[in-house]
Each structure stands twice: as structure tokens, then as C-alpha cells.
Design a protein around this ligand. Structure first.
Ligand code: ADP
Length: 258
């Protein structure tokens, strides 16, 4: 579990429009990397290129490479469905299957992978819910619908669902933006635990959150309307926040934009 990601010369397009320009970075395993920067600088687009979700948009394409422990995810013969299982994703809004039971929400991916043994399924569901810090809250209502949980619980359910299929990497796109402060802290604590086992990449617009949860931070910026986003700098989170190398980074994290 937990693999290193090497991104090389990545250009990302929507049709003829370039959204992300020439990004090269290494994302370390067993740690959390935060992607920060102003709205529209390509953070979500970049994140979705890490598990080949970008290409589901018609006309979307990329140039360059993304290697997961040396394997280019964009090589011919690599199945994007397998990539998305290996590199899981949690979205801004919790998106459990609302009418499906809590149990089945977590078991769905396992069943798709061919796991049929009821005892094994139950074990994996419990392990995943425990790993997502949700087990004690739902153990007595596993067969109730996932949509009946609070927003914060639903987001932890989505994390349990992502973990159940044993990914190497967890991508999180502003996973707390729809949550209240207490649920946000619960997710941040959870990220703190999960990063010892997974490679985590999190997009966040919340500077305190980036500082609290991440080991490394990458600052993206866009130089003007219609311009693609670029990676300005990346480094240890403390260094990026305490002594950024670029003025644009300092302006952004101190709240002075433009
Ligand atoms: P961020 O996550 O940093 O706010 P995005 O990755 O969402 O930035 O967007 C980067 C750029 O790509 C923006 O200019 C945005 O308008 C454009 N973009 C995002 N999604 C699409 C899409 N589905 N089709 C066309 N352009 C898009």
C-alpha cells in the first residue's frame, strides 16, 4: 500500500484550451500533499489527471506522464478503470448511494471486484468503516440507508467506500467544503491517521487545513484570464508557509491576492 507518484511535464487540456501547463512534481508515499492556489488555477483538473478521471470529459486530453511507482498510468494497455480503483477519489460533496444501505455502500466496490464470500465481505466492511472512524457510529444501523447519515458521516462513509477496495492513493477534492467545523475536524483527524498508510493528495482552499493536515504543499497559480495554471513551488508545508520562495506564494497564503 501507498505508492509514490511522479508527474512529468504534464499539460492538461479541455479541447483546445490549456488548463494546466508543464507540471512536474513528485508526490511522496505515506504522506499528505496539499494542492493550494486561487480558484481556477487547475488544482481539481490536475487532481483528476492523477487517476485518469480528466479524460471522461469530452475533448479532454493530457500530454506528459504520471507514474505510480514507475508504471505510467497513461501507457497503452493500462485500463483506466483499474487506475481509478488503485487511485481512489473523495469529492467535495459527499456522494454515497443514498438509498443503498451503509453496509452496501462500502461493499459495492468489493462486490464489483468479485468478492462474494459473506463473512469476508462483512470483515472488509467493518475494517473499512473502522479505518474511516465511522464504525462505532453506524455498527447498529448498517442496513439503514447511507443517505440518512449526517453530512460529515456521509463523507466518512465515502472515505470508507474508497478505502474498501484497498487503493494505493487517495485523492481528495476539497473534502470538507460542504461540512460544518466539527465534521471538518473529524475528517482532518482521519486524514492524519490515513496518511501513515496511503499516499494522500488533497485540494483545499483552506490555508489552515493545508497547514494542519499536509506534509508537503504545492502552490498553483494562474497569471491571468485564459492562462493555464502552473505549479509555482512545492516543498515541506512548514517551509512553504513560513518562508515561501516566491512572492506569489507569500501573497496567496497571507491573503494578499494579485
Ligand atoms: P481549481 O480547482 O484550481 O479551481 P479547475 O481545475 O476547476 O481549477 O479549473 C481550471 C481551469 O479549467 C479553469 O479555467 C476552468 O474554467 C477550466 N475547466 C474546468 N473544468 C472544465 C470543463 N469541464 N470544461 C472546460 N473547462 C473546464
Amino acid at each position: 500500500m501507498s505508492k509514490r507518484i511522479d508527474v512529468n511535464d504534464l499539460n492538461i487540456y479541455y479541447g483546445t484550451v490549456k488548463a494546466v501547463d508543464q507540471v512536474t512534481m513528485t508526490i511522496e508515499p505515506r504522506s499528505a500533499t496539499a494542492l493550494i492556489g486561487p480558484s481556477g488555477c487547475g488544482k481539481s483538473t490536475f487532481l483528476r489527471a492523477l487517476n485518469r478521471m480528466h479524460e471522461v470529459v469530452p475533448g479532454a486530453r493530457i500530454e506528459g506522464s504520471v507514474h505510480l511507482d514507475g508504471v505510467n498510468l497513461y501507457s497503452a494497455g493500462i485500463d483506466p478503470v483499474v487506475v481509478r480503483r488503485t487511485v481512489g477519489m473523495v469529492f467535495q460533496r459527499p456522494n454515497p448511494f443514498p438509498t443503498m444501505s451503509i453496509f452496501d455502500n462500502v461493499a459495492a466496490g468489493l462486490k464489483l471486484n468479485g468478492l462474494r464470500d459473506k463473512k469476508l465481505l462483512a470483515e472488509r466492511v467493518e475494517t473499512s468503516l473502522r479505518a474511516a472512524s465511522l464504525w462505532t457510529e453506524v455498527r447498529d444501523r448498517l442496513h439503514k440507508p447511507g443517505g440518512g447519515l449526517s453530512g460529515g458521516q456521509q463523507q466518512r462513509l465515502c472515505i470508507a467506500r474508497a478505502i474498501a477496495v484497498e487503493p494505493e492513493v487517495l485523492l481528495m477534492d476539497e473534502p470538507c467544503s460542504a461540512l460544518d467545523p466539527i465534521s471538518t475536524l473529524a475528517i482532518e483527524d482521519l486524514i492524519g491517521e490515513l496518511k501513515s498508510r496511503y499516499t494522500i493528495v488533497i485540494v483545499t482552499h483552506n490555508m489552515q487545513q493545508a497547514a494542519r493536515v499536509s506534509d508537503r504543499t504545492a502552490f498553483f497559480n494562474v497569471s491571468g484570464t485564459g492562462q493555464p495554471g502552473r505549479l509555482v513551488e512545492m516543498g515541506d508545508t512548514r517551509a512553504i508557509f513560513d518562508s515561501p520562495g516566491q512572492k506569489a506564494t507569500e501573497d496567496y497564503i497571507s491573503g494578499r491576492f494579485g
